[in-house]
Design a protein around this ligand. Structure first.
Ligand code: C2E
Ligand code: MG
Ligand code: MG
Length: 760
């Protein structure tokens, strides 16, 4: 009991005792007034007592109220639902959390129906103790707005208060909103269901995609392996964990190094995905191929790297098949050109890094292989190629690489051993073995082959294709000679390359009309008149450079370009001569030079006839110059052709007589009309007696055969005089006039004809 309460009781006792003592003293002193006084005192005493009682009660009341306010303040601070209520159900206080959750206010709770909806059912039992400090029992509050809030409550007695009707306790019920918890629980359940579902899907897709997962455990030598992976490697895991030894032992011995390397190396922590192919878990008698695509794992403390293992056996087999198709020659079963080029390129790169290293590159060609195809059929040809492939690869067992690089060509790569004879010795051995191949079972076909070879370091080039070209060039150099063995020659090759370039330029020159005809006069030694002109071709480049025929005619002769050139010369010379005749200039003969190619490979008579027809030039004004070497090639054919030409009415000159195989007997055989003495005879006429004698003898013989004579290369009047005296009919040379362009020659012709006319 506190001091305030005890003083209040003492004052009450005192207040009641004092009038009592006063009334007792007065009643003792004045017995008459005693009764009235006693009544007065009694009333006073009762009043006093009532007053004191009132004071006491009102004090208790305000104390109770203060308690309630402070409880309410506490309830407001709580962030869970709180209801303060009196066990007499005449006091309610609810905090904001409660109002927000249920919609009820303290006022609403004064309605008994609402109280029942809100307060725990035990609150209405006699034994309040039943709900005090118990909780966790779920209780659904019917909200004012409809719906329910699932709650658990804890209730405590907070204050007590005596009332006339008995003791009233103030209770604080604190409720937890279970709706939120339930929602979270529900979410958790659905999340885990989803997780389970996606895990299932993930496991299923892993299973269906036949992918095995392999994660390397951080800081340890083991791995996490998925079920599928365990099956791939045929190993069992300890709850997903497998030791690296178990893993490695399932891998093909040659590929184990990959996983051993993983043990020792840290994969760089970047985003890049790496992959390795390896063989593992032999079943059905063979190893299967797998690829492991992996990357480093930086965001997991448990694993340092990981990835997927996929069975690629089928793809590998396909690859190997494609590789076989790409690199193996179908006919012989040895490597094909692709593989040869690939290996050659690799070896070339090695030789470039190591100057001491070098390889011979040999190309073999079966001589007249088409004859085998013709006589034994294509199957016989294929059989021969197969046998040759076998012979070559057998002989290279100790080192070297062979391939069929196309048609009837085989190629060999042989390491240089310091002995320069090595390639030739090998080629000879192969030639011998190949010559013994018998396809028909009858007499040996004596199959020969020729070879070209070079060293990789012959000439400097970065491309293996060029190395092979060199060996092939060497092969071509033999020019089809059976059994030839030719080594590559750099100088020769350069000359050929140059010629090729030149030939290309010449083709363009023909197309671009860069070839023009110059004309050199032919003079009658008797009267100095112009009897004709020789058409001499020039290649005038756009920059004005003049290329002489001696430079480009031999090149043109090697290709069939000469046919085009001769066609042009024939037509242009005839056309020009006809034009001059039409212009009224004295009619003279134009000479054109034809080559052996024109003579033997084309219908030259037809070409000449055509040129005369198209231009309208009478045949007697055309002279065809042929060299005697041309006639030598096939004398019978030459004679026939010459007769045909001569029968056209065209003149035939034997050019350059006296050079090469000159023989006076040809004069008798060949149907020529003119003999052209070569410049080499004329050059020393003035100082050399023998030259003079030869020349006059030749002229005499020609005359006896009714063959006209013309000397070329006359540069001096002395030479002209000697020739004239020797009975030579005509002359051509710088002394009379150099070869000149058509317009200049026209002028020359015009002037000379006037001079000759005047002289007459
Ligand atoms: P070629 O038929 O014997 O022609 C004579 C060559 O001697 C010409 O050389 C001419 O310029 C040169 N010549 C003439 N007089 C003299 C002289 O007094 N002194 C010297 N030093 N040389 C003289 P070009 O024009 O260079 O022709 C060379 C050869 O090229 C010709 O010899 C001929 O075989 C050939 N040729 C020229 N034009 C043609 C052509 O249109 N077709 C063919 N197939 N060959 C041609
Ligand atoms: Mg000539
Ligand atoms: Mg000549």
């Amino acid at each position: 009991m506190n001091m305030k309460k005890s003083s209040r009781i003492l004052s009450f006792i005192a207040a009641a005792a004092i009038p009592c003592l006063c009334a007792a003293a007065v009643g003792y002193a004045f017995p008459d007034a005693k009764k009235a006084l006693l009544i007065f005192l009694g009333a006073a005493m009762i009043l006093m007592s009532l007053y004191e009682l009132f004071l006491f009660i009102s004090e208790r009341r305000s104390e109770y109220d203060r308690d309630l306010r402070s409880l309410e303040a506490i309830a407001d601070k709580l962030n869970i639902m709180a209801v303060l209520w009196s066990t007499s159900f005449d006091y309610f206080y609810v905090n904001d959390v409660f109002i927000r959750a249920t919609g009820y206010t303290a006022e609403d709770l004064k309605d008994p129906a609402n109280i029942r909806r809100v307060l725990p059912p035990d609150a209405f039992s006699d034994n309040l103790q039943g709900i005090v400090n118990t909780g966790n029992e779920e209780f659904v509050i019917q909200c004012k707005t409809g719906g329910g809030v699932c709650t658990t409550w804890n209730t405590s007695i907070m204050a007590g208060h005596k009332t006339p009707s008995g003791h009233v306790s103030v209770m604080l019920s604190m409720g937890r909103n279970l709706n939120e918890k339930q929602r979270m629980q529900q979410e958790l359940i659905s999340y885990s269901e989803k997780l389970r579902e996606s895990e299932n899907k993930y496991a299923l897709s892993l299973e269906l995609s036949e992918i095995g997962l392999l994660l390397r455990e951080a800081g340890q030598s083991g791995y996490y392996a998925s079920d599928r992976l365990c099956r791939i490697f045929d190993i069992s895991s300890d709850n997903g964990h497998i030791g690296s030894d178990a893993l490695i032992s399932s891998v093909h011995p040659n590929d184990r190094v990959i996983f051993e390397t993983f043990e020792k190396t840290d994969i760089p922590a970047d985003e890049s995905v790496r992959s390795v192919d390896f063989r593992a878990n032999p079943h059905d008698g063979k190893y299967h191929w797998y690829t492991y695509r992996y990357k480093s794992i930086s965001d997991s403390p448990a694993y340092s790297m990981g990835g997927a293992v996929i069975d690629i056996t089928a793809d590998k087999e396909k690859d190997m098949m494609i590789e076989k198709m790409a690199y193996v020659d179908e006919v012989t079963g040895i490597s094909n050109r692709n593989r040869f080029m690939l290996l050659g390129s690799e070896l070339l790169a090695c030789t470039q890094n190591d100057m001491k290293l070098d390889y011979w590159v040999i190309v073999l060609d079966i001589d007249s292989f088409h004859l085998i195809n013709d006589t034994c059929g294509y199957s016989g040809g294929d059989m021969l190629l197969k046998k040759i492939g076998e012979v070559i690869s057998k002989n290279l067992e100790k080192g070297g690489f062979s391939a069929r690089i196309g048609g009837d060509n085989f190629a060999i790569l042989l390491k240089k051993d310091g002995d320069e004879r090595t390639p030739v010795l090998l080629i000879r051995r192969l030639q011998l073995l190949i010559s013994r191949i018998n396809l028909t079972g009858e007499d040996s076909q004596n199959i020969t082959c020729s070879a070209g070879y070079c060293l990789m370091s012959d000439g400097s080039s970065g491309e293996f294709a060029q190395v092979l070209d060199r060996a092939e060039f060497a092969l071509d150099l033999a020019g089809g000679e059976r059994g030839a063995i030719t080594r590559y020659d750099n100088h020769l090759h350069n000359a050929v390359i140059e010629n090729n370039e030149f030939e290309k330029a010449l083709i363009k020159a023909v197309e671009n009309n860069e070839l023009v005809l110059y004309y050199q006069p032919k003079i009658n030694l008797e009267n100095g008149g112009v009897i004709g002109m020789e058409a001499l071709i020039r290649w005038i480049k756009p920059d004005g450079t003049i290329i002489p025929p001696s430079r480009f005619i031999p090149v043109a002769e090697k290709s069939m370009l000469i046919t085009k050139i001769s066609h042009f010369v024939l037509h242009e010379a005839c056309r020009q001569n006809k034009e001059w005749q039409d212009k009224g200039l004295p009619p003279v003969t134009v000479s054109v030079n034809l080559t052996a190619v024109d003579f033997y490979r084309t219908n030259v008579t037809e070409s000449i006839r055509e040129a005369l027809r198209v231009t309208g030039l009478p045949p007697c004004y055309l002279d065809v110059e042929l060299t005697e070497s041309l006639a030598l090639k096939d004398i019978e054919h030459a004679v026939d052709q010459m007769r045909e030409i001569k029968n056209l009415g065209v003149k035939l000159s034997m050019d350059d007589f006296g050079t090469g195989y000159s023989s006076l007997s040809y004069i008798q055989i060949l149907p020529i009309t003119v003999l052209k003495l070569d410049r080499s005879f004329i050059m020393y006429l003035e100082e050399d007696e023998i030259s003079r004698e030869i020349v006059s003898a030749v002229i005499r013989i020609a005359k006896s055969k009714k063959i006209e004579t013309i000397a070329e290369g006359i540069e001096t009047s002395g030479q002209a005089e000697i020739l004239k005296k020797s009975g030579c009919d005509h002359a051509q040379g710088y002394f009379f006039g150099k070869p000149m362009p058509a317009n200049e020659f026209e002028e020359f012709l015009r002037k000379r004809s006037q001079t000759v006319t005047k002289a007459k």
